[in-house]
Write a protein that binds this ligand. Structure first.
Ligand code: G
Ligand code: G
Ligand code: MN
Ligand code: NA
Length: 249
């Protein structure tokens, strides 16, 4: 298969690199952590979006290798970013792979970063196939001390039952909600309710995809804990992130 071949070559030739997007406190705008996002720079095709290559990697099984690379690069980056958490997106396939928890443990030991600084972002689709097995995995990860965030919250199905079953550290409110916040009172009511519920359950909230000052003002008013989006900063390579951090008060 051609995509699979290209992915394989890309891995061998180190064409994959993590970029990092800051997450900041909604009120002080102080950097709290970063989300690691994989980038593929193909010599002929140019940059290929993760929306394309992640599904291809999942179909071909190469998500294991790509995921291991992401974890490793993210933990090495965390060493260069004192005090900031680093969040890695983990595909359901990768998370449910035998040995995944052990692989996380190994990379923590090898890099020596504090487990609570590693955050794993999972989506509700994780719970579709075998929710009991998924919950056991999440609990095992929690035991290691890593934090688990529920990504794209609000776009999947029957979210509320999972929230009762598993204590996520963080809920990331999908940018589709954020987009409609400034226009629609019903969207504001939904996000307000999500944030109140998260508070009761002891979970932090992050509003994703903040692009405008108006959106920032609304999520502040609703009292989301953190924000992430182009208004603050785009995903960028580690060196540029370090410059960005150094240039802030
Ligand atoms: O970075 P945007 O950069 O285009 O990412 C698009 C999608 O790809 C998002 O849903 C994001 O979670 C996912 N993604 C980005 N990097 C990774 C990664 O390293 N692993 C997995 N599983 N998904 C990723
Ligand atoms: O599914 P996940 O939340 O991991 O996806 C993160 C994706 O969101 C990445 O593709 C990232 O580049 C993108 N992203 C981050 N901030 C913004 C934003 O402000 N606007 C838009 N449209 N996309 C964003
Ligand atoms: Mn994410
Ligand atoms: Na998201």
């Amino acid at each position: 298969h051609t995509v699979e071949q290209a992915l394989r070559e890309g891995l061998e030739q180190h064409q994959f690199e993590l970029h990092f997007q800051p997450k900041v406190d909604a009120v002080s705008l102080q950097a709290m952590g970063v989300e690691a996002l994989m980038r593929w720079e193909h010599p002929v095709l140019g940059s290929v979006s993760p929306g394309e290559f992640i599904p291809a990697a999942e179909r071909s099984g190469l998500i294991r290798e790509l995921g291991a690379l992401a974890l490793q690069q993210a933990c090495f980056a965390a060493r260069e970013l004192p005090g900031l958490s680093v969040a890695v997106n983990v595909s359901p396939l990768q998370l449910m792979e035998p040995g995944f928890v052990e692989s996380v443990e190994r990379v923590l030991v090898r890099t020596g970063i504090g487990p609570s600084l590693l955050h794993l972002e999972v989506t509700e689709s994780l719970m579709l196939e075998d929710p009991q097995a998924a919950l056991r995995r999440l609990h095992a990860l929690r035991e290691l001390g890593v934090q688990v965030a529920l990504d794209d919250f609000g776009t999947g199905f029957s979210s509320l039952s999972y929230l009762r079953a598993f204590p996520f550290h963080t809920l990331k409110i999908d940018r589709s909600f954020v987009r409609s916040l400034t226009e629609h009172a019903d969207a504001r009511a939904i996000v307000n309710t999500i944030v109140r519920m998260a508070g009761v359950l002891g979970m932090r909230t992050v509003a994703e995809g903040i692009e405008t000052e108006r959106e920032l003002a609304v999520v502040r008013a609703i009292r989301c804990d953190e924000v992430q989006g182009y208004l603050v900063a785009r995903p960028m390579p580690l060196a540029r992130l370090q410059d960005w951090l150094a240039g802030r008060p």
